[in-house]
Design a protein around this ligand. Structure first.
Ligand code: XMP
Length: 510
């Protein structure tokens, strides 16, 4: 196994960022909740304590026993972690006179420290805390301060134990990655061997060994995750991988055929199943968003199940689950919580299929999936594709769904997305799409009065879909796109652009 860093999560909004920064250094890292830590710590070569929304002085807040860790393994404690380290070990934590949030500049109080090697005096760091460490823990030496925070960085004499009040994982901390590198590579002595090359090589070997001559079934969605998972399995077991790509009738214009061709060009053993009519039939007259989702999910499983049964003696179901889907989260109240989200695109298969599950991407973040795909020489058009919801256009047609509405929305969406590509805007946008509104409005076309549909265009910037900002697309682009849609798509006479951020407005309108 690779060098492994354990990140103990105290519920900070930045915990996943810590893991990603560590992995950018080509070092593998695992996130575990502080209240459900791994039993065997021997595989971990270094430990990081995260921040937290709590105060160490509160009741019912994270106060784990650090005696198996502190002084025994290289330890970096960040923000709340550092405060807790002080609290746990003879120091004192008190409310700050002012809430410290935002940029600050480090100044050294101790020179020639490995921990701050290569960091300029005055380097910008990011603070976000309302408590402060008044008295350092026993045996600690202060390494750096900022204007408002005396104990911004410290280490404990005779140990590889460090505490920092600022957040090295946040981009605004200019040298944050260097500080993590100093700790993990120079001080803890970890190898930087978590590379896409190494991942591809070891994963293919592991898959070969695990699966042997068995047959595997995988549902392709057209998205990045299932495509990269398929490619890894294909390299490992070739035609024993049976891929199924279902057309639910709610895909983008021409997407079923073009994606199916792409999959075939990749050499995949793939069967395209056009079940559009079955989905549309099941959705007839239904306008409640959650009921529509449930129907689409149920019919998907029925269709997939029918197809999977035709693969004789299949033993495995492969899924494109990625690491963020599997992280156990610490609940906001600080209490124990161990929720692992199921992969919402597939939703699992009925128990009676008795298939074992294989998830080749379960250790990767999305950006790592893309890097692995690149390493496998996959088409950049597949790797750069925007996220697209499992229920597809079904949740972008507000209200009930008909074949005519799907066809109108497919035309509108294609003009918008092709336009983004032509104008070089597609890769600058995280996700984009069009919504068909249940609204008719009056227009004039030539001498005629019209009373037709209105569509809304939405384009957002985001990193994970949890929060999102609308994109400031150029007016010239919006003008051209609106003209094209109204001139070319029969039944639409009005186009609006959605300028709402999430929260509160979700990315999809349903
Ligand atoms: P919202 O609309 O919640 O969307 O802001 C966040 C991200 O999730 C996608 N999404 C879905 N994906 N099944 C999916 O597979 C769904 O039911 C679903 N609903 C929303 C959405 O496209 C965005 O990327």
């Amino acid at each position: 196994m690779h060098n492994n860093v354990l990140i103990l999560d105290f519920g900070s909004q930045y915990t996943q960022l810590i893991a990603r920064r560590v992995r950018e250094l080509n070092i593998y890292s695992d996130i575990k909740p502080y209240n459900n830590p791994p039993e065997d710590l021997s595989i971990y070569k270094a430990i990081i304590l995260s921040g937290s929304p709590h105060s160490v002085r509160g009741d019912n807040v994270p106060h784990p026993d650090l005696s198996e860790i502190k002084g025994k393994k290289p330890l970096l404690a960040i923000c709340y972690g550092a405060q807790y380290l002080a609290h746990f070990n003879g120091g004192n934590v008190a409310p700050s006179a002012t809430r410290e949030y935002g940029r600050a500049n480090l100044s050294y109080t101790k020179e020639n420290e490995d921990f701050l090697d290569g960091i300029d005096d005055g380097s910008q760091v990011w603070m976000s805390h309302s408590d402060t460490i008044k008295k350092l823990p026993d045996g600690a030496v202060r390494l750096a301060s900022t204007h408002d925070v005396e104990n911004a960085a410290f280490r404990i004499e005779g140990e590889k134990t460090f505490g920092i009040q600022f957040h090295p994982e946040v981009y605004h901390t200019k040298d944050g990655k260097k500080i993590l590198e100093n700790f993990l590579v120079n001080i803890a002595g970890l190898q930087q061997d978590w590379t896409p090359d190494a991942f591809v090589e070891t994963t293919i070997e592991e898959l070969k060994e695990k699966i042997g001559d068995d047959k595997v079934i995988l549902g392709l969605s057209g998205g990045v995750d299932s495509s990269v998972a398929a490619m890894l399995l294909h390299k490992a077991i070739g035609s024993h991988l049976h891929c199924i790509f279902v057309n639910n009738g709610l895909l983008r214009k021409n997407e079923f055929d073009s994606v199916l061709d792409q999959y075939k060009d990749m050499g995949l053993n793939v069967k395209g199943v056009d079940a559009s009519a079955r989905f549309l039939d099941a959705l007839k007259g239904e306008s409640d968003p959650e009921t529509k989702r449930k129907i689409i999910g149920r019919v998907f499983i029925e269709v997939f199940d029918d197809e999977a049964h035709q693969v004789e003696n299949a033993k495995w179901l492969a899924q494109g689950t990625i690491y963020p889907d599997r992280i156990e989260s610490v609940s906001a109240s600080g209490g124990p919580s161990a929720v692992i989200k199921s992969h919402h695109n597939v939703g699992g298969l009925p128990d009676y299929m008795k298939l074992k599950v294989v998830e080749p991407l379960q250790l990767l973040f999305k950006d790592e999936v893309r890097r692995v795909g690149k390493n496998l020489n996959m088409d950049p058009a597949i790797l750069g594709r925007h996220p697209f919801p499992g229920p597809g256009l079904g949740i972008r047609i507000l209200g009930d769904i008909t074949a005519e509405k799907v066809s109108i929305l497919q035309e509108v969406d294609a003009i918008f997305i092709d336009g983004l590509k032509k104008w070089g805007l597609y890769d600058k946008v995280w996700q984009a799409g069009a919504m068909l509104l249940p609204v008719n409005s009056v227009g004039v076309m030539g001498d005629e009065r019209t009373y037709e549909k209105c569509v809304a265009l939405r384009a957002v910037e985001s990193t994970d879909g949890m929060t999102a900002d609308w994109v400031n697309l150029p007016y010239e682009f919006l003008q051209k796109t609106s003209n094209d849609i109204i001139n070319k798509v029969k039944g639409v006479n009005r186009v609006v652009y959605d300028i709402s951020s999430k929260p509160p407005a979700t990315i999809e309108w349903e």
